[in-house]
Design a binder for this molecule. Structure first.
Ligand code: MOS
Length: 734
C-alpha cells in the first residue's frame, strides 16, 4: 500500500456533504454561546455589569473572569486569561492586552439572543499605554505587557559560530537588506465552531476542530481545575487548520459553560469573528548582512530577527527558534552571528502557521542569496550549489544535520526540471521570450529551503499507536487506534495505508479509531510536518508487536507502542549550540512570473517545485499538498494584506482580505517529487506538508527582480506597493 494513490477514506462523505463538521452537530436541549471581546488594545477592566444581559429573556447565564476556576491558558506559556476582568484571583487577569481578549461569555436559548445579549454587557475600561511596533516595544520606556518579560522580550536566541572579523575580511562582496514580512490569516474553510456537553460517563466533552485532541484536553482541564479523566475532546471532520487551530479558541469556554450548566452548549464563529480572534502568522523585521568570496563561497552571515508576537506568546518562542535557525538558509557558513527576538506588543497574537517561522527566515535568506548571485555575476543555482548543506555539513548551531541530507539533489532536480541546463560544468538559465505587450515583463526566480520534521529544541517528542488484530485462523479485522488529527491533509487515509502495509492485510480490513481522547493515547499535534513520520513509526512498532502476539496465538492480538525519535536539545543561551531537530525535508522552487508594470499585478505563470518526501506514501496527496502550499504561499507573497491599525484589524472579511481564488492560482504547477529515503522515516518517508510553502515568496521576489530589475524586500507585494516602487525606479510610465 506504500506508493498507492488510494482514494481518501473521507472523500465520499465530504463530497456528498454527509460528513459532520463541528458546526453541523446538534444535541437535544442545546444552548448557544457567544463571546464578548475586548473593546480596547490595552486597558484595565475596573467594572463589568452583566445585569442587562442577564435580564434579557432567553439568556441562561453570563460568565465572567470570576467564574473560571484557573483563569489562564497558553500552549507553551500560560500567559493569557481565559476571560479578562475583575474578580479572578489570577494576577493580571483584569487587564486586556489585545482586542482579541475575551471579557465575557453569554449562554442563551438561541444564537440570536446570545448575540444581542453580549452587546448589553457594560464594560468599564481604564486605558493603559499601548505599544504596537515590535522594536518600540523593546525600548526601556515602553509599556510592559507581562511582569516577567522585561522590555517585552519573550525570547532572545543567539548563534555565535566562527570568527566574524575573519569572515568579513575574506569577503569580496557584501550584501545587506532589511526584510519585512506581513501577517497571514489561515483562512481555513470552517471558522471555529464546537459543542460542549456532558457525556454518558459524566465527562465534560467538547466536540471541536483542532490539531491535537490531548492538548486541547489538557488546556481545558487545567482551566477548569478538573482531573484529566473528567474532560474529553472529540474531533469530527476538521475544516482545515494550517497551524491556526493549535491554540485554543472556543474549547475552554464551551467546556466551562457545559460544565457549569450541565447542558449542551454550542457556538459557531462567523468568518469575521474567526479572523479577529485567532492568531496569525508573525510579521517579522529581519536585518541581514552576508559576505562571499568572488568564487561564490559565503564566508560570513549576520542577522537580527524581530518577530511581533502580539499580546500573548502562543507558540512565538518556538516559531522564533525556527526562524533563528533558518534565517541563514540551508547553507554551510563558517562564520555566523544571529540574534532573534520574540516581542510582546498590543497587537493580535501570532503563532503557528504552515512553515512555523521558516518562511520568514527563508524570505530573507534566499533574497540575500539571490542578491549575492547578482553582485557576483553568478547564476543563482550555481552559487547555491557552492554553499548548500551536504552530508556531514555543520549547521550554524555547530552540529551536523541528521543523515539523509538531500538539498543538493533537490536544487539540481528543480533546476533541471525548470529553466536551467547544465553544460561546461556550469548552470545556465534559459529565459522564455518576453511578451509583445511592453507593459508585461516576464522573469524567472529560484529559491530553496529546509524545514524540520517534528518538534524541535528538546521538546519530548512521541506518538502512540495501538493495533488490534481480530479473527481466528486469519486476521479478519485490524483496528488501529491513532489520535493524529486529519485536518484536511489526508492523514487518516495514510494511517490506514501504513497499517495495512505494516500488518500485511488489504486496506478494507483496517478500521481507524481516532480523534477522541477517550479512545486513543496522545499522538502529538498535526503540525511541524510530523504526523506521517511520527504516526508511521508508531504504527509500525505496534504492528510488529501485535503480529508477534498473533504468532503466539493470542486472540485478539493487541499491542500498544510509543515511538520516540532521537532526542533534540535546546539552543545554548550564549552560542546557540544544539542538536535542534531529528529530521528534515528539503525543497527548491523555480518560478516564472509576469509583472504588469502599469498596474503592479504579478501573475505567477509557472512554479516548478522539487520536494524530497523520502517516499510518497500516497503520491496524489503529496501533489495535493504541494499545489495547496504553493497557492497559500502565493497569497502570502503577493495578495494577502491583513491591515492592523493600533492593534485593530481593519479588514476582517474575505471580501477585503484577499486570498487566491481559482483565477489567481499559477497557470501551471509542476511537482517534482523526489524519493530519497530518510533513514529514520517510516518506509523512508519524510514530512513534506510545510516545505513547498517555504521558498515560494523569495522565488517570486527573485522573478520580479529578473523581470523589472527591482528588489522587493517587503511582502505582500500587493499591486499598490509594486506600482509605487516601480515608479520610484522610473518603471511603468509608457
Ligand atoms: Mo504547524 S505551523 O507546525 O501547526
Amino acid at each position: 500500500m506504500i506508493g498507492q494513490s488510494m482514494t481518501r477514506i473521507d472523500a465520499l462523505g465530504k463530497v456528498t456533504g454527509e460528513t459532520p463538521y463541528p458546526g453541523d452537530i446538534n444535541l437535544e436541549g442545546q444552548l448557544w454561546l457567544k463571546m464578548r471581546f475586548s473593546d480596547r488594545a490595552h486597558a484595565r477592566i475596573t467594572a463589568i455589569d452583566t445585569s442587562q444581559a442577564e435580564a434579557l429573556p432567553g439568556v441562561v447565564a453570563v460568565f465572567t473572569a470570576k467564574d473560571v476556576p484557573v483563569n489562564e491558558y497558553g500552549l507553551v506559556i500560560k500567559d493569557q486569561p481565559v476571560i479578562c476582568g475583575p474578580g479572578s484571583d489570577m494576577p493580571g487577569s483584569d487587564i486586556v492586552r489585545t482586542y482579541m481578549d475575551c471579557v465575557a461569555v453569554v449562554v442563551a436559548e438561541t444564537d440570536a439572543i446570545a448575540a444581542k445579549a453580549v452587546k448589553l454587557i457594560d464594560v468599564t475600561y481604564e486605558d493603559l499605554p499601548a505599544v504596537f511596533d515590535m522594536e518600540a516595544a523593546m525600548e526601556d520606556d515602553a509599556p510592559q505587557l507581562h511582569a516577567d518579560s522585561p522590555n517585552n522580550i519573550i525570547c532572545h536566541y543567539r548563534i555565535r559560530k566562527g570568527d566574524m572579523e575573519a569572515g568579513w575580511s575574506q569577503a569580496d562582496v557584501v550584501v545587506e537588506g532589511v526584510y519585512e514580512t506581513g501577517y497571514q490569516e489561515h483562512a481555513y474553510l470552517q471558522p471555529e465552531a464546537g459543542l460542549g456537553y456532558i457525556d454518558e460517563e459524566g465527562r465534560v466533552t467538547v466536540i471541536v476542530g483542532g490539531q491535537w485532541v490531548h492538548e486541547d484536553q489538557e488546556q481545558i482541564y487545567h482551566a477548569l481545575g478538573l482531573p484529566p479523566e473528567q474532560v474529553r475532546v472529540i474531533y469530527p471532520a476538521i475544516g482545515g487548520a494550517f497551524g491556526g487551530r493549535e491554540d485554543m479558541s472556543v474549547q475552554i469556554v464551551l467546556a466551562l459553560a457545559a460544565w457549569k450548566l450541565q447542558r449542551p452548549v454550542k457556538t459557531i464563529w462567523s468568518r469575521e469573528e474567526s479572523i479577529l480572534h485567532h492568531h496569525k502568522r508573525h510579521p517579522m523585521r529581519i536585518y541581514s548582512k552576508w559576505g562571499a568570496t568572488k568564487d561564490g563561497k559565503i564566508v560570513a552571515a549576520e542577522a537580527k530577527v524581530i518577530g511581533d508576537a502580539g499580546a500573548y506568546n502562543y507558540t512565538s518562542n518556538k516559531v522564533l527558534g525556527n526562524t533563528n535557525l533558518m534565517v541563514t538558509g540551508p547553507y554551510e557558513i563558517d562564520n555566523v552571528h544571529v540574534d532573534t527576538y520574540g516581542v510582546y506588543t498590543n497587537n493580535i497574537p501570532c503563532g503557528a502557521f504552515r512553515g512555523f517561522g521558516g518562511p520568514q527566515g527563508a524570505f530573507a535568506a534566499e533574497a540575500q542569496m539571490n542578491k549575492l548571485a547578482e553582485a557576483l555575476g553568478m547564476d543563482p543555482v550555481e552559487v547555491r550549489m557552492k554553499n548548500v548543506l551536504r552530508e556531514g555539513s555543520l549547521l550554524t548551531v555547530g552540529t551536523p544535520l541528521p543523515k539523509g541530507v538531500t538539498i543538493p539533489q533537490v536544487v539540481e532536480a528543480c533546476a533541471e526540471e525548470s529553466y536551467w541546463r547544465r553544460g561546461d560544468g556550469a548552470w545556465h538559465l534559459n529565459r522564455p521570450p518576453q511578451p509583445d505587450n511592453p507593459a508585461l515583463r516576464r522573469g524567472i526566480g529560484f529559491a530553496c529551503g529546509f524545514k524540520n520534521v517534528g518538534f524541535s529544541f528538546g521538546f519530548p517528542e512521541q506518538n502512540w499507536a495501538t493495533i488490534e488484530l481480530h479473527g481466528g485462523a486469519e486476521i479478519e479485522e485490524v483496528i488501529v487506534r491513532q489520535a493524529g488529527a486529519d485536518v484536511g491533509q489526508g492523514a487518516h487515509t495514510v494511517f490506514v495505508q501504513m497499517t495495512a502495509e505494516a500488518v500485511g492485510v488489504p486496506v478494507e480490513k483496517v478500521r481507524l479509531l481516532t480523534h477522541d481522547t477517550a479512545k486513543t493515547q496522545t499522538s502529538g499535534s498535526s503540525s511541524a510536518s510530523r504526523m506521517t513520520f511520527m504516526s508511521g513509526n508508531a504504527i509500525r512498532g505496534a504492528a510488529q508487536q501485535a503480529l508477534q502476539l498473533w504468532q503466539d496465538e493470542e486472540r485478539p492480538a493487541i499491542a500498544t507502542y510509543q515511538y520516540k525519535p532521537p532526542k533534540t536539545t535546546p539552543y545554548h543561551p550564549e552560542t546557540g549550540e544544539s542538536e535542534p531537530n531529528f529530521a528534515y525535508g528539503y525543497v527548491a522552487e523555480a518560478v516564472e512570473v509576469e509583472v504588469d508594470i502599469e498596474t503592479g499585478h504579478i501573475h505567477v505563470i509557472k512554479v516548478v517545485c522539487a520536494n524530497d518526501v523520502g517516499v510518497a506514501i500516497n503520491p496524489q496527496q503529496i501533489t495535493g499538498q504541494i499545489e495547496g502550499a504553493i497557492v497559500q504561499a502565493q497569497g502570502y507573497a503577493i495578495m494577502e494584506h491583513l491591515i492592523s491599525n493600533e492593534g485593530k484589524i481593519q479588514n476582517p472579511f474575505l471580501s477585503t482580505y484577499l486570498i487566491p481564488t481559482v483565477l489567481d492560482v499559477p497557470t501551471e504547477v509542476k511537482s517534482v517529487v523526489l524519493e530519497l529515503a530518510d533513514p529514520r522515516g517510516p518506509w523512508g518517508a519524510r514530512g513534506m506538508a510545510e516545505m513547498p510553502f517555504i521558498p515560494l515568496a523569495p522565488a517570486i521576489t527573485a522573478a520580479v527582480h529578473d523581470a523589472t530589475g527591482v528588489w522587493f524586500d517587503e511582502i505582500p507585494m500587493t499591486p499598490d506597493r509594486v506600482v509605487t516602487k516601480l515608479r520610484e525606479h522610473g518603471i511603468g510610465i509608457l
